[in-house]
Design a protein around this ligand. Structure first.
Ligand SMILES: Cc1cc2nc3c(=O)[nH]c(=O)nc-3n(C[C@H](O)[C@H](O)[C@H](O)COP(=O)(O)OP(=O)(O)OC[C@H]3O[C@@H](n4cnc5c(N)ncnc54)[C@H](O)[C@@H]3O)c2cc1C
Length: 422
């Protein structure tokens, strides 16, 4: 009889671990969210209601997109994450960047795992033929400014892409790859929230979960927690395992200007990227700001917008599903520099300085509260955890990447599953 494994969460880390363990274990994935459904209402229709004042709180997005969660309790910054099969990868813009420099520095070499991922996931830069004139212009300007823009590798089947610009609210054609594709043939229990794990000595015994008003417990030989940077710390703490207040989130701020017929709403989000020292810059239609930030109440096709994604100081916490974090002085300085860069680009594209406006500060890459150290370079297993309990998601990343983390999380999850099977 096969041994049993429970994987908590079906996002980047959870789905990859489940797929790998499924070779040798009887795997059950426990997922708090339900099946993912992309936005079902037309953007044009939603946009019409902006001026009615109906969209006064970002959390309302859940009414139209039940798998997207917003935590705006911090007042400074809004946290965006996914609750549903596929986790936050269903809301991702498909960027596929290898970001393991920090892991290499502490002795973790994931070359084999990245090679395997490049074989298993459709990753391409073959989308430049779709670029709109504004994207080409932005690319040229950034080249002139010596910012070295590069086409973004995407987890994408370009021929199925309808250029609807909905990547971050759910790809309607599934041209964009997400981790639901790893879960074929694996039992996934949806709508089931894990609360804690019973631990006795060096062994994790049983997972407790609730589904509606009912309580369930699941026994397993191996348990993998992959509930993401916003979910895993609460589960660990409820189970008696302390996490560190080292939350990073990769804050995002968009800098935009009115630009007639920019049509950025009808193209692949983040088609190219310029990597600066502490942040990246990439064209991005910021739907969150478009609906909830009054400065963005303009025609949908008349905004040119650039995203700054920052590598932030690892300082902050998650408690009871709420982000406790404020930007440090250093973060603020980097952000300011990023805004200056974007302003320069927009001015060169013909925008007037007085017309430039900012988006809502938000974040979507929470992690880092049980960071790997050089001592765990081989095991990828914290000594704080019982022998048969693993964490395989963004929580174990040792530092903020300031870059899209899905590939790196999946590579770590692959290695963790291999270690478990050995
Ligand atoms: C708008 C947006 C765009 C992004 N674009 C990109 C991109 O293009 N490229 C990229 O690399 N990254 C992108 N990211 C970030 C990326 O999606 C996440 O960093 C990544 O998915 C995190 O993986 P994870 O396994 O740690 O957690 P997640 O993918 O969030 O998975 C966690 C899973 O655990 C489940 N869960 C949570 N708590 C519980 C519980 N108590 N019980 C049971 N299940 C639970 C959740 O429902 C979820 O399914 C984006 C993020 C956002 C918000």
């Amino acid at each position: 009889m096969k041994k049993k494994a429970i994987v908590i969460g079906s996002g980047a880390g959870g789905a990859m671990t489940a797929k790998m363990l499924n070779k040798e274990y009887e795997v059950t994935v426990i997922e708090e969210g339900k099946e993912f459904h992309p936005l079902s209402v037309s953007m044009d229709m939603l946009a019409k209601f902006r001026k009615t004042g109906l969209y006064f709180d970002e959390r309302l997005i859940q009414l139209f997109l039940p798998n997207m969660r917003i935590d705006n309790s911090s007042h400074e910054m809004v946290m965006v994450y996914g609750r549903g099969v596929g986790g936050t990868t269903t809301l991702a813009t498909g960027n596929a960047i290898r970001a393991d420099e920090g892991l290499k520095r502490i002795g973790i070499n994931l070359d084999d795992e990245f090679d395997e991922i490049y074989q298993e996931v459709p990753i391409t830069t073959d989308h430049q033929r779709f670029w709109t004139s504004i994207t080409k212009k932005e690319f040229e300007v950034m080249q002139e400014l010596g910012m070295n823009p590069m086409p973004m590798p995407k987890m994408l089947r370009p021929n199925a892409c309808k250029l609807c610009g909905h990547c971050s609210i759910g790809c309607p054609t599934r041209a964009k790859w997400d981790t639901r594709e790893l879960l074929n043939g694996i039992q996934v229990i949806t709508g089931c929230k894990v609360t804690k794990i019973d631990i006795s000595g060096h062994e994790a015994k049983c997972v407790h979960a609730t589904k509606g008003l009912r309580h369930f417990s699941f026994e397993a030989d191996v348990i993998v927690v992959a509930a993401g940077g916003m979910g895993t710390p609460d589960i660990l703490r409820n189970s008696g395992i302390e996490c560190q207040p080292t939350l990073f989130v990769d804050p995002v701020l968009c800098v935009a200007a009115p630009m007639k017929e920019a049509r950025q709403n009808r193209q692949l989000l983040m088609p190219f990227v310029s990597q600066r020292e502490k942040y990246i810059i990439s064209p991005y239609m910021d739907w969150l700001s478009f609906f909830f930030n009054k400065d963005w109440f303009r025609p949908m096709d008349g905004i040119a917008s650039l995203m700054i994604k920052l590598s932030d100081v690892e300082q902050g916490d998650v408690k009871k599903g709420k982000m406790l974090k404020t930007l440090t002085e250093v973060d603020q300085q980097h952000l300011k520099k990023g805004v200056e860069d974007c302003r320069e680009i927009l001015l060169r594209m013909g925008a007037a300085n007085k017309d430039i406006f900012l988006g809502t500060l938000n974040a979507g890459h929470p992690g880092g509260m049980l960071p790997l150290t050089p001592n765990e370079a081989n095991t990828l297993h914290s000594p704080l955890l019982p022998d048969n309990l693993y964490v395989a998601d963004a929580t174990i990343l040792p530092q903020s990447l300031g870059l899209p983390p899905i590939l790196t999380i999946m590579a770590l999850a692959k290695r963790i599953a291999k270690n478990i099977m050995q």
